[in-house]
Design a protein around this ligand. Structure first.
Ligand code: MG
Length: 396
């Protein structure tokens, strides 16, 4: 079963403010250069969707109401939904802040079948959380996700194994999770538009063109997916803490970009320490003016939770990137491969002093607000970073 909250961030905002209900709203970061992270269903007929720059959305719908996002609110609501889903089965895989996969095989008898169970989940989320979601039930994750998508908004769709071929016959391949616009275009160039057409292409032709992905595509076209639902708490490697920053203007020079990376590293480090985590993999994300996004990472031997150390790693990655001549509009830093940090004093005196200063800064900032005490390099910098929400996963 795949549970997908409808227009999640926008719906949370509408839930909390009656005046926003029934109106076209867009949740975004602050500033005119930010992008829409969630659009209400009233905004969608205007062509507004997630990922679109706010300025463009405002041109499409001048009556659009902009709401600055509040990730704490969304995280809290998401945790509420996840807790409710875990009452149905312990096998809940949190795919993102507003999407979960559930293996309900063992719960069917107790709840009187898949549809009764799905209806009950929808009703409880509606009553206890006050939000609408769409639910797909199918023999595997790929098809369950397809079903929830087809049933939106506020829908419920069950696809049985017998019905799958009929559903896939005319379905555009790009409706399948994992086949994005680029892969879709490559397939169109091969004369393949629907799943049925894709399933008729010999595997050899697909692997010749797409490598290992080719075999996977062949299976997807037939609705085959054998990946299990992996409960999130059993997959610590999937956890990450990241922040992004949409720049006020496109940057071309590396030096100011490095300073932004430093600030992002400090913020990520701060969140890691709050959650008592440290991580070994540091990923840098660069999004260009044309929205093409690159990310590169490095994995270190020891887990990190200090801004300076994370920045050192991020800077090495960044300096190794050959930037395209286009301006850069967004930067991001993510730390993954998290472990629970032990509060152990480092052995070297120089590192002990550094640790003590970090702890002193944390104590001040806990009390007086983020960046009350900061590094001189970071003074007078813009402060509008935000946590990377699509990849958010619960830390506990
Ligand atoms: Mg959703």
């Amino acid at each position: 079963m795949h549970v997908d909250m409808d227009a999640f961030f926008a719906s949370v905002e509408q839930r909390g403010n009656p005046w926003l209900r029934g109106r076209p709203i867009a949740v975004s970061g602050s500033g005119w250069r930010s992008v829409v992270t969630s659009a209400s269903y009233q905004a969608r007929p205007f062509g507004i969707s997630a990922g679109m720059p706010v300025a463009q959305a405002m041109r499409l719908c001048p009556a659009l109401i902009r709401v600055e996002g509040n990730s704490d609110k969304y995280v809290e609501t998401s945790e509420q939904v996840i807790a409710l889903l875990r009452e149905v089965t312990p096998l809940v895989e949190v795919a993102s802040i507003d999407e979960c996969y559930l293996d309900i095989t063992g719960s069917l008898r107790l709840f009187g079948g898949a549809e009764a169970l799905a209806r009950r989940v929808k009703a409880r989320i509606r009553e206890e959380v006050g939000l609408a979601c769409s639910v797909g039930v199918a023999p595997n994750k790929l098809m369950a996700k397809l079903a929830s998508g087809l049933s939106k908004p506020d829908g419920l769709l069950r696809l049985t194994a017998e019905e799958l071929p009929a559903w896939l016959e005319h379905l555009p391949v790009t409706e399948l999770c994992g086949i994005g616009p680029r892969l879709g275009a490559a397939l169109t160039a091969m004369g393949v538009r629907t799943c049925a057409e894709l399933s008729r292409v010999p595997v050899a032709a697909l692997t010749a063109r797409f490598g290992i992905v080719g075999r996977h595509l062949h299976e997807m076209a037939r609705g085959v997916d054998s990946t299990p639902v992996v409960p999130t708490e059993e997959r610590p490697d999937a956890k990450s803490v990241g922040h992004t920053l949409t720049l006020d203007q496109d940057l071309h020079d590396r030096e100011p970009m490095r300073r932004h990376l430093f600030r992002l590293a400090e913020e990520v480090a701060r969140r890691l320490r709050k959650g008592r985590y440290a991580g070994r993999t540091v990923t840098v994300m660069v999004r260009y003016a044309d929205f093409v996004t690159w990310s590169r990472q490095t994995t270190l031997e020891a887990p990190l939770d200090e801004g300076l150390a994370i920045y050192d790693a991020a800077r090495r990655v960044f300096d190794g990137l050959r930037l395209r001549p286009l301006g850069v509009r967004l930067l991001g830093v993510t730390v993954s491969h998290l472990v629970h940090a032990r509060d152990q004093l480092p052995l070297l005196p120089s590192l002990q002093r550094r640790r003590a200063s970090v702890q002193a800064m944390d104590a001040v900032n806990d009390r007086y607000g983020e960046f009350t005490l900061t590094r001189a390099t970071l003074l007078q910098m813009e402060t509008r970073t935000r946590p990377i929400s699509p990849s958010w996963r619960p830390l506990a």
